[in-house]
Structure formats: C-alpha cells, structure tokens
Design a protein around this ligand. Structure first.
Ligand code: IMP
Length: 187
C-alpha cells in the first residue's frame, strides 16, 4: 500500500518550492527582519490558518526580541476562487497603538485580504505597519499591496502545502506544489 507521503505526492502535478528551498528562504527573511528592525521590538501578526508553518519557522529565525499575535480571517468559502469577502473570525489579543507591526501572510493572491487587514490595522495607529508574505502571486492582484518581505514569486496557479490548503487539506505538506486537476473533480 502507498504511504501517506506517496499518496499526497500523487495528488500534486508538480512541486514548485521544495522543503529545502523554503527553509533557506525563511532563514534569509528572518535575518533581514532582525537587521531592519534592530532594537525596535516588532509585533509579528500571523494570519491564520495558512500562516502557521511559515510563522513557526520564521519567528525562530528572527534573532532579536519579537512579540507574536494572530488574527484569523475568512476570505475563501472553500474552493479556489477569492470571494472578496473578508471576515475577522479572531482579532488580536492586544492593542497595537504605537507598536511596530509586521503582518505575516502565507500568500498574497488578489490582495483583497491584505488590503482589508492593512486598512483595518491602520485605524488602530501602529507606529509602523509592514507586510511579509512567503508567496506573492503578483499576476492575480486586484488590490495594490506593498510587500516589504517576499519569499517567492508564485506562478498564477492554485498551490498547496506548507500551510496552504485545498478544502482544509494539504497544509501539513513540508513543500509547496500545484494540485492535479483530478483532485478538484474528486471533491
Ligand atoms: P487574497 O485575498 O486573494 O490575496 O488571498 C488571501 C488568502 O487566500 C490567502 O491567505 C490564502 O489563504 C488563500 N489563497 C490564495 N491563493 C491561494 C492558493 O494558491 N492556494 C491556497 N490558498 C490560497
């Protein structure tokens, strides 16, 4: 019988970013963040659910004092198309007034979610507000978003793994890939 790993790999048409590439890139971003913020304490705000593996690896590669908080938003009702509707399901635990805030996203696709979050957080008067996204799907952009830290430019395809899901699955893959067409017709 095929192992879990083999079955998951069989659901992918191709691997776009390997585990090694991702971890090397996350290390680079972490070093950049530590260098840029220096003595300023940064509050890293992860956007759940997709950010969790990236956030976990990233915070451990930022070798300076940081704080961490999370927000949970829903922007997709399932499937692969952005609905454009953003709802805050879990807000920050603390106020951010006067704090240096770095929003951490798994992927910026249409930019609708990030734009909504940035506008929302700006009303809370942070000292600074920047965006870090592992993937940038630039071709799909509908809303302009300036991303201070980008891991990789992502092809304009629906990708899964390393936090990114399709209907709740594949988040636990250690790499990122494009799903086979056949997986969509199965669900
Ligand atoms: P945006 O609002 O279109 O920029 O997309 C924001 C959210 O949609 C991301 O944080 C992801 O959760 C999800 N998303 C966008 N593109 C993909 C993809 O290719 N694979 C999996 N999730 C995606």
């Amino acid at each position: 019988m095929a192992s879990w790993k083999e079955r998951m790999a069989g659901d992918l048409r191709e691997v776009v970013f390997t585990e090694e590439e991702i971890l090397a890139k996350v290390g680079e971003i972490g070093r950049e963040i530590a260098r840029d913020y220096g003595d300023k304490r940064v509050l890293m705000v992860g956007i759940l659910n997709g950010c969790f593996p990236f956030m976990a690896d990233l915070v451990r590669s930022v070798h300076t004092h940081i704080e961490v908080d999370f927000m949970s938003v829903s922007s997709y009702g399932g499937g692969t198309q952005s609905s454009g509707v953003v709802r805050i399901l879990k807000d920050l635990n603390k106020t951010i007034e006067g704090h240096h805030v770095l929003l951490v996203e798994d992927i910026i696709d249409t930019g609708l979610t990030a734009r909504y979050l940035l506008d929302n957080l700006l009303t809370r008067h942070p000292a600074s507000l920047e965006v870090c996204s592992l993937l940038d799907k630039r071709e799909a952009r509908a809303e302009e978003v300036s991303i201070r830290y980008v891991g990789f430019e992502c092809p304009n395809e629906f990708v899964v793994g390393y936090g990114l899901d399709y209907e709740g699955l594949y988040r636990n893959l250690p790499y990122i890939g494009v799903l086979n067409q056949e997986v969509y017709s199965r669900s």
